[in-house]
Design a protein around this ligand. Structure first.
Ligand SMILES: Cc1cc2nc3c(=O)[nH]c(=O)nc-3n(C[C@H](O)[C@H](O)[C@H](O)COP(=O)(O)OP(=O)(O)OC[C@H]3O[C@@H](n4cnc5c(N)ncnc54)[C@H](O)[C@@H]3O)c2cc1C
Length: 419
């Protein structure tokens, strides 16, 4: 199996890349580990009869693009091939050029009680509700940091959730600076006004951080610290996430340079590895519009249509500049998080490793060598960024293939030679 251009990740960036390349006659294959294409934001739309994701996917099908859902890139193989995993079976996929569009995930910060039933990631709860989970009448607090909190609050409220409070970690001052940057981007101000209008009477508290979740078998109340003062709020659900972490594991495996959690690219979205492109959130959290523009640039560049790609640079720069402001506004510093995790707090949920077991190590790698931190199913995707933020560790550089668990029998089919 193979194609001229292999796209790994069928979110907005991957779909835009596939659209640009296939519209110029390239043979394109898109894989996504999820059963539905569309990425974090559009996934649920595919099941509906209309929507942007459906329009794009219909166009790709007309262009002859091969779309393989439930298919994960787990390792790089020699001779321009990756190892893919689908339904428990591995197989190689060959390419001339490969496009990494693997998106981002939420950043979780462990605190006492965060593993209680009723505590969810903000985007995680939104995804569950899109999948049918009923929040009607439930008292919900939304907390953490980042623009996703407002989008989730709006969504949960539309689904009947009783949103009690949004507790944002960042300060009013940082938000005000971001507000000024927002004025430079068409559509962002009206989006902010719409969100505010759709969330009437929902308090939005800045400089606030959840320090504890309590309950017997499920969540009953949370504690929030604001400017040194603790208060409690009774709630049934807590949706909490600290902005996003770029998914850079595939890029790292394919030999691309990754710095400060982002994949390095030039304006054409070429990475430092030959014939490997990367677009969307792995190159920095930037939102839907930027993912779409960068995906198109990357798709055109991978097809050799450089002049057309160049026409999009100015737009990409505008959105990237805004994204940098956003990154600055929502950046987490260890001092904000001091005392949030206690020695007993579980930091690695897969392997039940506690904060006290790892706090004296100087890096993720050291802790992983001495404890079972990051050794479970998620392979450090949750505890790596969490401990990095809590302890000021450098980025988690211990990602190794396969990036998700694969049986030894399946791996043995592809030894060092890849044959
Ligand atoms: C949990 C969550 C919820 C979000 N909700 C909203 C929202 O409500 N509103 C909003 O404006 N923005 C939201 N965002 C942000 C939004 O996703 C981005 O702004 C933008 O849409 C990202 O597009 P993308 O194509 O770069 O990445 P994504 O949309 O994340 O797409 C990446 C795709 O790559 C796939 N993938 C990852 N790794 C592999 C692999 N190894 N093999 C195969 N496939 C792989 C994933 O399954 C995914 O479909 C959310 C982000 C997250 C993480």
């Amino acid at each position: 199996m193979g194609a001229e251009i292999l796209v790994i990740g069928g979110g907005p960036a991957g779909l835009a890349a596939a659209e640009a390349a296939s519209s110029h006659g390239r043979s394109v294959l898109v894989i996504d580990e999820n059963p539905d294409f569309g990425g974090q934001i559009w996934r649920a739309e595919r099941r509906r009869s209309s929507g942007r994701a459906k329009e794009m996917i219909d166009l790709l099908e007309r262009n002859g693009v091969k779309l393989i859902p439930s298919c994960t890139c787990v390792a790089a193989l020699p001779n321009k091939r990756i190892l893919a995993l689908s339904a428990g079976r591995t197989f190689p996929i060959a390419y001339d050029k490969v496009m990494i569009a693997t998106g981002a995930r939420e950043r979780f910060i462990p605190f006492p009680g965060w593993t209680l039933p009723g505590v969810f990631g903000a985007g995680g709860l939104q995804a569950l509700v899109k999948g049918g989970f009923d929040v009607a009448g439930k008292r919900i607090v939304i907390a953490g940091t980042g623009p996703l909190l407002l989008a989730v609050a709006e969504y949960l409220r539309k689904r009947g959730g009783d949103v009690q409070l949004i507790a944002e970690r960042t300060s009013l001052r940082s938000l005000a600076r971001l507000g000024i940057a927002t004025l430079r981007i068409k559509g962002k101000v009206s989006e902010a006004i719409r969100l505010k209008r759709n969330l009437p009477r929902v308090p939005y508290r800045t400089s606030s951080i959840v320090t504890k979740a309590a309950g017997d078998n499920s969540l009953r109340e949370i504690s929030i610290r604001r400017r040194g003062k603790e208060s409690t709020v009774k709630c049934d659900l807590l949706a909490i996430g600290y902005h996003l972490v770029p998914n850079t594991e595939v890029a790292g495996m394919l030999g691309c340079a990754v710095t400060n959690e982002v994949v390095l690219t030039d304006e054409f979205k070429r990475t430092t590895a030959e014939d490997v492109f990367c677009a969307g959130e792995p190159t920095g959290i930037g939102g839907l519009d930027l993912s779409l523009i960068e995906g198109k640039i990357a798709g055109l560049a991978a097809s050799g249509i450089l002049e057309e790609a160049e026409l999009l640079f100015a737009d990409a720069l505008k959105y990237r500049t805004f994204a940098n402001e956003m990154e600055r506004a929502f950046r987490l510093k260890p001092e904000y998080l001091r005392g949030i995790a206690t020695d007993d707090t579980i930091v690695c949920r897969c392997e039940d490793v506690r904060f006290g077991d790892v706090k004296d190590f100087g890096s993720f790698r050291d802790a992983k060598l001495q404890t079972r931190l990051g050794m479970g199913y998620c392979q450090g995707r949750v505890c790596g960024p969490a401990c990095g933020a809590l302890l000021g560790w450098d980025e988690n550089n211990s990602i190794r293939p396969p990036i998700v668990p694969v049986t030894i029998g399946e791996l043995a089919k592809f030894g060092n030679t890849g044959d």
